[in-house]
Design a protein around this ligand. Structure first.
Ligand SMILES: [Zn+2]
Length: 243
């Protein structure tokens, strides 16, 4: 297992030392569903939690307009890559973020999964971007945007160019290129989709995808591998669909 991880690290062009500290779990652990709590007791919520993510977005409890506005535009950051991870950590102090209802969330990072994690009535898009935010009090809010195959995406071009140069590469992306012009979202309370699977995450999933070229999607798939957690039980959670 360790050898496989090291080989993958070499293929990604990053050092084994960086990978060894990166994480002690994989998306495929235990098959489907994953059994991350068996690897580390700190991951108990992954298997015991009743508000886990991702979920299948279908059969909503309510249909309504969730007031969501974003303030993104061009943003500076640094590329962070690891096993099953491609991420941009945004430089602090840029005042980028989203307002959901009356709650303001500041943008921290964006990372990707292949295929997408949330499904629409059982169907997953080939790629998703998760924009991770937090309030001043540390409450987490994520906006998920799916990608469908189509035109080349300029923001992903900048990302993939930085990826070729490796870990820590500074880059500027126009985040609006990765977000639909009109953002209408599915909304529910869930969790981080990776260990420690902490709950209390305000999930927003845009109901329409943006485009990326087949080549861009393939390159991210090659970098990430299968990196979507299995769908979790919705249990007794309120799910609001856009109108
Ligand atoms: Zn994610």
């Amino acid at each position: 297992m360790k050898y496989v991880a090291a080989a993958a690290a070499l293929a990604l062009g990053i050092s084994g030392a960086a990978i060894a500290q990166d994480k002690d779990w994989r998306f495929g652990d235990g098959g489907t569903p994953e059994r991350w709590s068996a690897l580390n007791t700190a991951y108990a919520a992954c298997d015991l939690g009743k508000m886990q993510s991702p979920i299948d977005l279908t059969d909503p409890d309510a249909v309504g307009v969730v007031g969501l506005s974003t303030n993104y535009g061009e943003a500076r950051g640094k590329l962070s890559v690891g096993l099953e991870k491609v991420q941009i950590d945004f430089d602090p102090g840029q005042n980028k973020g989203m307002v959901s209802g009356n709650t303001a969330f500041g943008l921290i990072q964006v990372h990707f999964h292949t295929p997408a994690e949330h499904a629409f009535d059982g169907v997953r898009y080939p790629l998703v971007a998760h924009f991770v935010h937090a309030t001043n009090d540390g409450e987490l809010g994520v906006l998920g945007v799916m990608f469908t195959e189509g035109r080349e995406n300029p923001a992903l071009s900048a990302l993939l160019q930085a990826y070729d140069q490796g870990y820590g590469t500074p880059l500027t992306v126009d985040i609006d290129e990765m977000v639909p012009e009109t953002v209408e979202v599915w909304r529910y309370m869930g969790s981080l989709t990776t260990p420690p699977c902490s709950e209390g995450v305000n999930w927003h999933v845009a109901n329409v995808p943006v485009q990326a070229s087949a080549e861009q999607i393939a390159k991210l798939r090659a970098a990430l591998g299968p990196s979507a957690r299995s769908l979790q039980d919705r249990n007794l959670r309120l799910l609001v669909a856009p109108q």
